[in-house]
Design a binder for this molecule. Structure first.
Ligand code: COA
Length: 373
């Protein structure tokens, strides 16, 4: 048996969904380049692509848009459950708990057909923003805003956060960010979803595993930590000294490094651009400028590139989104990829059960409790 810590470069299954070339910095969903999707697609169309393997026709797109809109509201008891949680609960904890509870209100419970799981994929994708935005309002003592009956996914999310129709540019930025985060091969949370699905546990169990896995700072939680770091630095001309100090203390700089990419993360290209544009639009380029200095510094001194989490932090911040919603927004996008992978796993399932190389003690005699020192 060979042991590979962290499963680095271990290929555990075939998949048609996401092609990721870390050396060339290329990413595509079902063969369509991420740059084209970011420029020309919408989150809804990209989600359809992930679920079905092809772009929708116009009528299929209208249909999936309508289904997503129709599934935005939460079942009443799930909304009530959120009200019972302590206001100090993190948005990721609330998202994980509420998504887990949704299984109790599933009209197709017990049906593991592809059709039922596609309906679940749409339902989860449609209503996760309702949970996140609703929790942000509840914890601030406000009533949740009912979802829009129309408007796209990104517009609806921003509307539910504030109760006001968002700026069209901000809605566009969020739409692109949702496309960029939608899938990323066997990242830790998607792998967790597939491991759970491979036991033939239901989709809610798989997605609950994935949300828990995404919350960690080495995965989706990195974007929040990036923004906290930028706020701590505070001023553009303090950025280099702060980073040098952090490197001297052997700290990990969040938003840098990647298990697969050894070059520019293609998603960061778009987020960097949007961070720059938002700086110009808001008249405060500080967060973009600071980020750019840090990026150049880390590249020069550590040879590490910015990943998807680095520029998404300043992008969301400049849109006025609370910092601890960064990772839940990541989840609201990645749900499309998670569900696509769960569908693929169920379609050709084998239990995922690796081995560990035992390095503990052997042949230890059992000593009765009275005789233990
Ligand atoms: N800051 C400083 N050093 C870093 C680093 C970072 N963000 N990421 C990696 N390194 C260094 C490690 O210290 C290590 O150096 P060493 O060999 O001298 O000990 C080397 O690069 C390899 O790191 P390792 O942790 O083994 O890589 P990994 O593939 O296991 O981890 C990440 C990948 C993403 C977990 C890691 O790069 C990281 O922790 N990044 C910060 C968190 C983050 O942004 N996560 C979001 C990923 S999209």
């Amino acid at each position: 048996m060979t042991t590979t810590e962290g499963l680095e470069d271990v290929v555990v299954s075939h998949s048609q969904i996401c092609d990721l070339d870390g050396k060339l910095g290329k990413l595509s969903y079902f063969g369509i380049d991420i740059h084209d999707l970011a420029r020309y697609s919408t989150f809804e169309e990209t989600a359809y692509l992930l679920w079905h393997g092809v772009l929708p026709t116009r009528s299929q797109l209208e249909d999936v848009n309508a289904q997503l809109r129709a599934n935005r509201a939460l079942p009443g008891p799930a909304s009530e459950l959120m009200r019972l949680l302590p206001r100090t609960s993190t948005p990721m904890d609330v998202l994980r708990t509420t998504v887990s509870a949704l299984s109790s209100f599933d009209p197709d419970a017990g049906d593991n057909s592809r059709e039922a799981n596609l309906r679940r994929s749409i339902h989860l994708t449609a209503c996760m923003p309702t949970i996140v935005a609703g929790w942000d309002r509840l914890r601030s003592g406000k009533e949740p805003v009912a979802p829009l009956a129309d408007g796209n996914h990104a517009t609806n999310f921003l509307y539910m956060l504030t109760g006001e129709m968002p700026d069209a540019y901000n809605a566009h930025v969020l739409d692109v960010a949702l496309i960029l985060h939608a899938d990323h091969e066997l990242n830790a949370s998607t792998f967790a979803a597939r491991v759970t699905a491979a036991t033939l546990a239901d989709m809610y169990a798989a997605i609950t595993s994935a949300i828990g896995t995404l919350s960690g700072p080495l995965h989706g939680g990195a974007n929040e930590q990036v923004m906290r770091m930028l706020l701590k630095i505070g001023e553009v001309d303090k950025a280099s000294a702060y980073i040098q100090g952090a490197l001297d203390r052997h700290e990990r700089i969040m938003g840098f490094g990647h298990r697969v990419y050894k070059t520019e993360d293609p998603r960061a290209t778009h987020l960097r651009q949007m961070s720059s544009e938002l700086g110009e639009r808001t008249g405060d380029s500080r967060w973009y400028e600071m980020s750019h200095i840090i990026e150049e510094y880390i590249k020069e001194h550590k040879g590490l590139n910015a990943n998807v989490d680095f520029y998404s932090a300043s992008v969301y911040y400049m849109m006025g989104i609370p910092i601890d919603l960064d990772t839940p927004i990541f989840a609201c996008s990645r749900i499309s990829g998670w569900t696509a992978h769960v569908l693929e796993q169920y379609g050709n399932n084998r239990l995922i059960r690796p081995r560990a190389e035992y390095v503990g003690p052997k042949n230890v005699p059992y000593v009765p409790v009275e005789q233990r020192g």
